[in-house]
Design a protein around this ligand. Structure first.
Ligand code: HEM
Ligand SMILES: [Cu+2]
Length: 535
C-alpha cells in the first residue's frame, strides 16, 4: 500500500466504529451513498413490478390494491428516500468542504446525527409499508389519505422524520458555506456545485417545515377528525393540495438543482474550457429558487381555481422555465467549441440536458391553463416529471459518481463498460417514458392497473424500455463494484480538472488539507505556474 493510501480518510482509522461514529464528512458521505443506493434499488425494483403488471390490460400479477401499494412504495421511495437526499447528502457532503478549502463541515456531529435521523425515518417508512402499506401515492391527497384503512400515518411520520434530516444537513451546509470558505474565496469564486448545494439548502430550510406542518395536519385529521380538510366538517380538501404543493413544487427544485449543479461543475472540465457564463448560472439558481415558490398552483388548475389565480400560476411557471433555459443555453455554449471526449460522465450529462429540454417544454405546455385539463392526471404528467426530474436526478447522480469515483475511492473503473452502462441507461430511460407521453395524450389516466386494450402496445413498449434501463443500471453497478474491489489505483487528477477538490491528495487525507489553501484564482482558471498541486 502506498503512503497516500495509508493516510487517506478511507484507512486513517479502522473498524466498524470508526465508520458508524465518524465525524468525517467524507465517511458520512459514503454512509449516505450506501443507503441512498439501496433505496434506489428498492424503489427501482417496485417500478419494474409495476411495469410487469401493466404488460396486459387486465390483471397480470397483482390485485388492484397491491398495485396501488406498489406505486406508492415506488413514489415514496424515489422521491423522499432517494431523490431529495441523494446528491446533497452524498456529493454535497463529500465535496463542499473540499471545494471551499475547509477541514470539515461546520457541525460534524450534527452531520452524523442527520444520517441517523434519515435512517430512522427510512426504517419507519419501509416498516409501515411492510406492515400494511399505503395506497395514496406519494402525494397523500386528502380526503382519501384521511379515510383509507391502510397504514398512512406511519408513512407520513417517517417522511416527517426524514424532513428533519434534510433541515439538519441544509443548516450545516449553509453555515459551512458562510463561515468556512478559505481565505481568498469570495462568493464569486465558489465552484458552481457549491452554489447549487447552497441554493438547495436555502430552499430546504424554508420549505421543509411546511411539509412537516401539512403532514401533521393530515395525522391530526385522521386521529381527531379535526375537520381541516374534510368538507363534511367544514374543511377543504383543496387546502391540502395548496399546502402540499407549496412545499412540493419547490421540492422538485430541491431535487433537480443539485443535479444542475453537477452539470455546471463537470461540463467545463469534460469540455476543457471555462463555463461560458458563470454569473448567469449563479443568478439563475437564485431565480429558480425564488420563482419556484410562486408556481405551486399549476398542480391545481383542475381542482378549482379562479381565473386570475390560474393566469398568475401559469405565468409564474413560465418564468421558472426561463431560468431553466438560461442554464441550458449556458451549458450548450460551454460545450460549443469545447474539446469533447465521450466518456461515461459526459454521456450522463448529455442525457441530462436532453431530458431536461423535453421535460421543460412539456412543462410549459402543462402550465398553459387551457391545455392542462386534457393531460391532468394522465400518463403525460407522469412522463413530464420523469423526463424533467427522475431522469435528470438519476443521470446527474451517476455522472457525479463516475466523475468523483477516483477522488472518493482512489480507484479506476473500466472506461468501456462504464460508457456502455451510461449509454444503455440513457436509452432505456428514453424508451420507458417516451411511450408514456403518447399514452397520456391518448387519455390513459395515471395510477390505474387496468386499461383498454388499445393502449397495450405502448405499455409493452414502455416495459421493454424499463427492462433496458434496469440492464444499464445493473451493468453500471457491476462495473463500479468491480472497480472498488479490483480497480487499479487512480491518478491524482485523472480528469485534469481545475476544481479545488483535486488540489489535495486522491483520495483525500482525513482532514482534507494539511494547511488550509489560500485561494488566488477563480474556480475554473488554471493554477498559476509554479503553484504545485499537493499529493
Ligand atoms: C425543472 C424542473 C421541474 C421539475 C423537477 C418538475 C416536476 C414535476 C412533477 C414532479 C410534477 C407532477 C407531480 C405529480 O402530480 O405527481 C409536475 C407536474 C407539472 N409540472 Fe413540472 N417540473 C419541472 C418543470 C416544470 C416547468 C418548467 C413547468 C412549466 C413551465 C412545469 C409545469 C408543470 C405542470 C403544469 C404540472 C402539473 C400538471 C398536472 O398535474 O396536470 N414543470 N412537474
Ligand atoms: Cu410544480
Amino acid at each position: 500500500m502506498s503512503s497516500a493510501e495509508e493516510v487517506s480518510y478511507l484507512f486513517a482509522q479502522r473498524g466498524w466504529r470508526s465508520w458508524f461514529f465518524t465525524h468525517d464528512h467524507k465517511r458520512i458521505a459514503l454512509l449516505y451513498l450506501a443507503v441512498v443506493s439501496l433505496m434506489l434499488m428498492l424503489a427501482g425494483t417496485f417500478a419494474l413490478l409495476l411495469r410487469l403488471e401493466l404488460l396486459t390490460p387486465e390483471k397480470t400479477l397483482f390485485e388492484a390494491v397491491t398495485y396501488n401499494r406498489l406505486f406508492t412504495l415506488h413514489g415514496v421511495g424515489m422521491v423522499w428516500l432517494f431523490m431529495i437526499p441523494a446528491i446533497p447528502s452524498v456529493f454535497g457532503n463529500f465535496l463542499l468542504p473540499l471545494m471551499i478549502g475547509a477541514h470539515d463541515v461546520a457541525f460534524p456531529r450534527l452531520n452524523l446525527a442527520s444520517w441517523y435521523v434519515y435512517v430512522v425515518g427510512a426504517l419507519i417508512v419501509l416498516g409501515a409499508m411492510v406492515a400494511g402499506g399505503t395506497d395514496t401515492g406519494w402525494t397523500f391527497y386528502t380526503p382519501y389519505s384521511t379515510t383509507t384503512p391502510r397504514e398512512v400515518i406511519p408513512v407520513l411520520f417517517g417522511v416527517f422524520v426524514i424532513g428533519f434530516s434534510s433541515i439538519m444537513t441544509s443548516l450545516n451546509f449553509i453555515v459551512t458555506t458562510h463561515t468556512l470558505r478559505a481565505e481568498g474565496m469570495g462568493w464569486m469564486r465558489m465552484p458552481l456545485f457549491v452554489w447549487a448545494i447552497y441554493g438547495t439548502s436555502v430552499i430546504q430550510v424554508i420549505a421543509t417545515p411546511i411539509l412537516g406542518i401539512t403532514l401533521s395536519l393530515v395525522a391530526l385529521e385522521s386521529f381527531l377528525g379535526t375537520g381541516i380538510f374534510d368538507p363534511a366538517r367544514g374543511g377543504d380538501p383543496v387546502l391540502f393540495q395548496h399546502l402540499f404543493w407549496f412545499y412540493s413544487h419547490p421540492a422538485v427544485y430541491i431535487m433537480v438543482l443539485p443535479g444542475m449543479g453537477v452539470v455546471s461543475e463537470l461540463l467545463p472540465t469534460l469540455c476543457h474550457r471555462p463555463p461560458s457564463s458563470y454569473r448567469s448560472i449563479v443568478y439563475s439558481t437564485f431565480g429558480i429558487s425564488f420563482v419556484g415558490f410562486l408556481a405551486w398552483g399549476h398542480h391545481m388548475f383542475v381542482s378549482g381555481m379562479s381565473v386570475v389565480n390560474a393566469a398568475f400560476f401559469g405565468l409564474a411557471s413560465m418564468l421558472v422555465a426561463i431560468f431553466t433555459a438560461i442554464k441550458i443555453f449556458s451549458w450548450v455554449s460551454t460545450m460549443y467549441e469545447g474539446e469533447i471526449v465521450f466518456n461515461a460522465p459526459l454521456v450522463y450529462l448529455l442525457g441530462f440536458i436532453f431530458l431536461m429540454v423535453f421535460g421543460g417544454m412539456t412543462g410549459v405546455a402543462l402550465a398553459t391553463v387551457g391545455l392542462d385539463p386534457h393531460w391532468h392526471d394522465t400518463y403525460f404528467v407522469v412522463a413530464h416529471f420523469h423526463f424533467i426530474m427522475a431522469g435528470p436526478v438519476l443521470l446527474a447522480f451517476l455522472a457525479a459518481l463516475h466523475f468523483w469515483f477516483p477522488k472518493m475511492f482512489g480507484k479506476k473503473y473500466s472506461e468501456r463498460l462504464s460508457l456502455m452502462g451510461a449509454t444503455i441507461t440513457f436509452f432505456g430511460f428514453f424508451a420507458t417514458f417516451t411511450p408514456q407521453f403518447l399514452l397520456g395524450n391518448m387519455g390513459m389516466p395515471r395510477r390505474y392497473y387496468s386499461y383498454p386494450p388499445k393502449f397495450q402496445w405502448l405499455h409493452v413498449a414502455s416495459t421493454m424500455g424499463a427492462t433496458v434501463l434496469a440492464a444499464g443500471l445493473v451493468l453500471t453497478l457491476g462495473t463500479l463494484l468491480h472497480a472498488l474491489i479490483w480497480g487499479e489505483r487512480a491518478a491524482q487528477n485523472p480528469w485534469d480538472s481545475r476544481g479545488y477538490e483535486w488540489d489535495t491528495a486522491t483520495p483525500p487525507p482525513e482532514h482534507n488539507y494539511e494547511i488550509i489553501p489560500q485561494i488566488t484564482r477563480g474556480p475554473y482558471e488554471p493554477a498559476e505556474p509554479g503553484s504545485a498541486r499537493v499529493g
